[in-house]
Ligand binder design. Structure first.
Ligand SMILES: Nc1ncnc2c1ncn2[C@@H]1O[C@H](COP(=O)(O)OP(=O)(O)OP(=O)(O)O)[C@@H](O)[C@H]1O
Ligand SMILES: Nc1nc2c(ncn2[C@@H]2O[C@H](COP(=O)(O)O)[C@@H](O)[C@H]2O)c(=O)[nH]1
Length: 190
């Protein structure tokens, strides 16, 4: 049986990865979502096992030690990582999986899975990006400033991705990503 596609969606904080990914999962119910582990505290309404596996720093470090993470990164003061077994088992079953992760982690996944599909979601402008992070109302001003400064470095790494998708409008961005996945399934592979 053919393996599933590993799809990595990244882009700066607040660009709309989570929003677009939720819309995409509604349109493509066969697409499996990789739930990450993090040491970040839950935001209001976030659930363990749904949005993230929320871990203490010691628990996270032990996941690294035991090689349970496909990749991990430290981002703006917290650790984030992708549980390895779930990704590998999903691909083996022939199902597509999407990872919604930041850029350092995406580049580590690319080293291990060069056959993956790497999609960078871009904001229409940096001003709009800042408005979105601020408007979400989840971050302090200091965190917004930190995330915005990291965003500039992240956008400079766009060249390592296969596709750039602008998130000007949620439905359009979602349609572009759906089209990429459909086209990748039609690709002739040697
Ligand atoms: N196309 C869009 N137009 C306007 N607002 C949007 C659009 N896409 C997302 N948003 C809004 O921008 C904010 C940030 O979106 P979201 O939380 O999905 O970003 P993210 O990239 O997942 O962020 P993070 O990396 O911090 O988790 C949310 O309030 C969301 O409703
Ligand atoms: N390298 C990884 N990055 C991840 C993972 N899960 C989420 N993320 C990214 O972290 C930032 C911050 O997320 P937030 O929920 O605190 O706003 C964002 O870019 C996420 O996409 C992961 O497993 N590995």
């Amino acid at each position: 049986m053919a393996k599933g596609l590993l799809i990595v969606l990244s882009g700066p904080s607040g660009v709309g990865k989570g929003t677009v990914c939720s819309a995409l999962r509604q349109k493509m119910p066969g697409l499996t979502y990789s739930v990450s582990a993090t040491t970040r505290l839950p935001r209001q309404g976030e659930e363990h096992g749904v949005n993230y596996f929320f871990k203490s720093k010691d628990q996270f470090l032990s996941m690294i030690e035991n090689d349970q993470l496909l990749e991990h990164a430290e981002y703006v003061g917290n650790y984030y990582g992708t549980p390895r077994d779930f990704v590998e088992e999903t691909l083996e079953k022939g199902q597509d999986i999407i990872l919604e992760i930041e850029v350092q982690g995406a580049l580590k996944v690319k080293e291990k899975f060069p056959e993956g599909i790497f999609i960078f979601l871009t904001p229409p402008s940096l001003e709009e990006l800042k408005d979105r992070i601020t408007g979400r109302g989840t971050e302090t001003q200091a965190t917004i400033d930190h995330r915005m400064s990291v965003a500039v470095d992240e956008i400079n790494l766009l060249k390592h991705y296969d596709y750039a998708v602008v998130n000007d409008e949620i439905d359009l961005a979602c349609k572009r990503i759906e089209s990429i996945i459909i086209a990748e399934h039609c690709k002739v592979r040697s």
